[in-house]
Every structure is written in structure tokens, then in C-alpha cells.
Ligand binder design. Structure first.
Ligand code: ATP
Ligand code: MG
Length: 267
């Protein structure tokens, strides 16, 4: 069943063709994501996580199978899902406020409402004083917050986030996670979140999907049994956290080791 914001991935396969070579990136992916779920994707580098996100976002076609969002097949750019790509899309020639405004422009939101929503988003991510600044004047963490504000600005009910906090230092990462969980608790969007950080996956997600090395397939799905009101700073000291982390690591580690061995052979 998929209702509002639900995502249904059915028998998806993705082959890249280029320069006389075919790369099978993903194979036989079946996954149901319920409305309001928070799902994390983890898997070795190159297993197709970003590829799958781009297919849900409708900016990349599937080779086989289909993806439904809101119960409808995704056939072109999926404007009902906000997508924070692995390389953020903050534009250097627009101010912070103009960057946050951009998705509202694309959704034809009237001017006065755009102004109000931008102000409220900047406030939520703690950047009210930087609306007129340019991205070059920001720290890495502030830039990520601009991208987060941009993602949330038009209120999509589905958020696709590809390693959004990957480059941040450990403390800032916790603050961003806290902010995201607060927003999610309030609005209950459907979230798909890619990360290399298992602790981050366990801290944030209700379910964690482990992918095999390329071609990516789903190896395991772990339900995270932690209290719904979690404190991102303290949750890691709970026994349930350790148990989930260990099970995920046991599923993921062989995939990473296999990838390294294959690269060793290729070298
Ligand atoms: N445009 C493309 N053309 C050809 N091959 C591609 C293209 N994009 C990705 N690939 C290949 O598809 C596979 C999956 O790539 P993808 O970026 O989805 O992996 P990922 O799981 O997101 O990796 P990472 O964790 O490093 O971000 C890789 O082998 C990659 O080389
Ligand atoms: Mg990626």
C-alpha cells in the first residue's frame, strides 16, 4: 500500500551505458516505503544508492521495473519530492535567501508568500542573519543548512537526502541531525536518507536498508527499535542502539571487504 508520500520500488534494475561499456548498477530492487517512514540507505561506495535516489526523484530513468510515488509511476522529474543531492545545489551567484527561494519560484508560489516562507525557513535553520550573504561567505555547515532550508522551503511531503551531513564535523553533524529529527517529528514527511555513517543511520531512521556491493541489491532491512523521542546525543548509549549497530555492521562489513578485495585484483 502506498498513500500520500509513500514510495513503491518494484523490480528495479539500472544499467548505465556509455563509451562502449555497460555497468549494471542496481538489480532487482523491491522496497515499500510507507508515508511518514524514515528510511536510511547504507552500502559500499558505488553500490547505486545515489542512482536509486535519482530514479525516485525522476531525474534518471529506470532500465527495468517501476517506481511509484503517491501511487503513481514516476516518469519525469518528480516535483512532489524534495531532493538534496550528494553535491548540494546551492548556487554561488544567488544570496542565501535567493537560494532558499528558488524552489518556491519553480512552484509558482506568489511573491509575498515566498518572502514569508523564506524568512521562516531561515529562522528554522538558524540563518536569519545571513539571508543577504552569498554562499562563499558561509562555513561548510552553514552551507548545508542553506541546502536543508531549500529542501524544506516548499513543504514537500517526501525528502530525498543523499549524504546531506557527510562532510560536517562530528559535533555539527549531531546538531544537524537534531534539527532534522525535530522537523520530521513535527511534519512527518517520508524521508529517504543516504549515509556512510551507521551511527547516523541508527540515530535517525526507523528502518535501515543495507545494500550489497555493485550491482546493488537489498541485503538486509533492519527495523530500529528505539524510543520515538530520541536525543541524538544520548541515544547511542542505549543497548538497543548497540544491538542494531552491530547487526547492521555484520551485514555491511563483508560487502565493504569484498569491494576492497575486488579493487585490489583490478589494480
Ligand atoms: N552517469 C553514469 N554513467 C556511468 N556509470 C555511472 C554513472 N553514475 C554512476 N555510475 C556507476 O554506477 C554505480 C553506482 O553509482 P552511485 O553513484 O549510484 O553509487 P553510490 O552508492 O551512490 O556511491 P557513493 O557511496 O560513493 O556515493 C557506480 O559503479 C558508478 O560508477
Ligand atoms: Mg552516492
Amino acid at each position: 500500500m502506498t498513500g500520500t508520500g509513500g514510495i513503491s520500488i518494484q523490480g528495479v534494475r539500472k544499467t548505465y551505458v556509455g563509451r562502449g561499456r555497460e555497468v549494471l548498477a542496481l538489480d532487482r530492487i523491491d522496497l515499500e516505503i510507507q508515508p511518514g517512514d524514515f528510511v536510511a540507505f547504507v552500502g559500499p561506495s558505488g553500490c547505486g544508492k545515489s542512482t536509486l535516489m535519482s530514479m525516485i526523484a525522476g531525474i534518471l530513468p529506470v532500465t527495468e521495473g517501476r517506481i511509484l510515488h503517491h501511487g503513481r509511476p514516476v516518469t519525469g522529474i518528480n516535483r512532489e519530492a524534495g531532493y538534496m543531492t550528494q553535491r548540494d545545489a546551492v548556487l554561488p551567484w544567488r544570496t542565501v535567501a535567493q537560494n532558499v527561494e528558488l524552489p518556491l519560484l519553480l512552484h509558482n508560489v506568489p511573491r509575498a508568500e515566498r518572502r514569508d516562507r523564506v524568512a521562516s525557513m531561515l529562522d528554522q535553520v538558524g540563518l536569519s542573519a545571513f539571508g543577504q550573504a552569498y554562499p562563499v561567505e558561509l562555513s561548510g555547515g552553514m552551507r548545508k543548512r542553506v541546502a536543508l532550508a531549500q529542501l524544506l522551503a516548499y513543504g514537500p511531503d517526501t525528502l530525498l537526502m543523499d549524504e546531506p551531513f557527510g562532510a560536517l564535523d562530528a559535533q555539527l553533524k549531531l546538531l544537524m541531525q537534531e534539527q532534522l529529527l525535530r522537523i520530521w517529528t513535527e511534519r512527518r514527511q517520508t524521508v529517504v536518507f543516504v549515509t556512510h555513517d551507521l551511527a547516523e543511520a541508527v540515530t535517525l531512521a526507523r528502518r535501515v536498508v543495507v545494500f550489497t556491493g555493485r550491482p546493488g541489491r537489498i541485503k538486509a532491512i533492519e527495523a530500529i527499535e528505539l524510543p520515538p523521542e530520541r536525543d541524538v546525543f544520548r541515544v547511542r548509549f542505549l543497548p538497543e542502539f548497540e544491538a542494531a549497530y552491530t547487526r547492521l555492521w555484520d551485514a555491511l562489513a563483508p560487502e565493504i571487504r569484498q569491494g576492497e578485495a575486488a579493487e585490489g585484483r583490478a589494480a
